[in-house]
Each structure stands twice: as C-alpha cells, then as structure tokens.
Ligand binder design. Structure first.
Ligand code: G4P
Ligand code: NA
Ligand code: NA
Length: 194
C-alpha cells in the first residue's frame, strides 16, 4: 500500500536494526485518514471471505480494526491484555510471550463476543514474532469459529512471525512488509501486485 509505505518513510524512526517507531500515525498519535484507507484496503482484500467479525488486540490494533469493521459492516472485538487472567468459563484466554518486551501477557476475550458460526478476520498493527497473532488464532479456535485470515498493517519480514503463521495455513495480508531496517533505512519487500 503506497500511501502507508510513503508515510513510514516520511515519519517512521528506525530505532535499531529491528525496531521501527511509528508513533506519529499508528502507535501514539493516530492518522484517521490513513486508518480509513487501511480499513478500505483490508476490506477490499477480504471482501469475499464472508467475514462476520473482526478481532484485534488492545491498544494499537483497535484503530485499523475499527476502520475495517466500519467498511465491512461487522462488529470489532479487541482482546484485553492482562498480567495474568484467572481461568474462567466466561473468557477465552491465551498466553502471549513478547520477545520484544521479554514478558508474558494473558489475553482474554469474553465468550459473549465470538460465536462458533463466526468467520473472523484478525487485524493487528505489527507482525514481528507472531506470538500475539498465534494467541488470537488460538482464541478463535477455542470459540469454534473459523478464521478467514489476518490483516497486518506493518509486517517485519525479517522476523519469523509471517512465515510461521503462513506455514500454519493462515492467510496473512500485510499492507507493508519491511525487509530490512539496517543502516537506519527502511527497505520494503516489493509485492507482485499492488
Ligand atoms: P509478536 O506478537 O509478533 O510476537 O510481537 P512482539 O511480541 O515482538 O511485539 C510486542 C509489541 O511490540 C506489540 O505491541 C507489537 O505490536 C510491538 N512491536 C513489535 N515490533 C515493533 C516495531 O518494530 N515497532 C513498533 N512500533 N512496535 C513493534 P503491544 O505491546 O501489543 O502494544 P500496543 O501498541 O498494541 O499497545
Ligand atoms: Na503495537
Ligand atoms: Na499490536
């Protein structure tokens, strides 16, 4: 998605060979116009997938997820993060280890908001090691629902998450795939079709 890549080049800050800071439009301040375009792009890519629900994770997944839900006209659910969640009949839960933050969070979704007849599109802001996405996929599975795939705003293609999830057989649509952050520069994996 060209507008997104341009925005990353203009405003993204390369903090290290592995971390890209995008606080000015995605992780702290949010650019609503860009989020709308992102929602339109995800909606277009998944328009024939029979999506009935969008699932994301707080906090930075919510903005692109809501814009996608608005266009697909389906509800948006966000998993809540907690230090630890007591097992409960009312919640689907999963444990998510963050390699970036070196910490484990439990994530939880009320059983009220995903049904076995749902077809779920998962949306998130970043795909790095894939642990958050695996946790969300696990929650969809616990609900007995099906997953149409995942829409990711920025995938770091040099980290293992994307391959891991695709090898699992899950469709992953990333709007920008960063191939390298070396030498303070953002390189993108060029996609065949755009
Ligand atoms: P993983 O789920 O793919 O395994 O990712 P990881 O644990 O490595 O990432 C943990 C957090 O860091 C996530 O945000 C993720 O979106 C974010 N993240 C990972 N790599 C980058 C990066 O290069 N740049 C930025 N800006 N974020 C990155 P979170 O803790 O869930 O926070 P929130 O922003 O959703 O509140
Ligand atoms: Na994030
Ligand atoms: Na996130």
């Amino acid at each position: 998605m060209k507008t997104l890549k341009d925005k990353i080049v203009q405003e993204g800050k390369v903090l290290s060979d592995i971390v890209l800071k995008v606080d000015s439009f995605l992780n702290h301040q949010i650019d609503p116009q860009l989020m709308k375009e992102i929602g339109e792009e995800f909606a277009a890519r998944f328009k024939n997938a029979g999506i009935t629900k969008i699932l994301t994770i707080e906090s930075s997944g919510i903005a692109p997820a809501v814009m996608t839900g608005l266009i697909l006209d389906v509800p948006v659910v966000f998993a809540r993060k907690r230090k630890s969640v007591t097992l409960s009949d009312d919640l689907y839960t999963a444990s998510v280890y963050s390699y970036t933050k070196k910490e484990t969070n439990d994530i939880a979704v009320s059983i009220d908001y995903i049904d076995s007849d749902d077809t779920v599109l998962i949306i998130d802001d970043f795909l790095a090691n894939g642990q958050a996405l695996l946790g969300l996929l696990n929650i969809v599975k616990q609900a007995g629902a099906s997953t149409a795939g995942a829409g990711i705003v920025i995938e770091k293609g040099f980290q293992p998450g994307g391959d891991l999830i695709r090898e699992n057989g899950t469709r992953v649509e990333s709007l920008a795939i960063v191939s390298s952050l070396k030498h303070g520069k953002v390189d993108f994996l060029e996609e065949a079709v755009e």
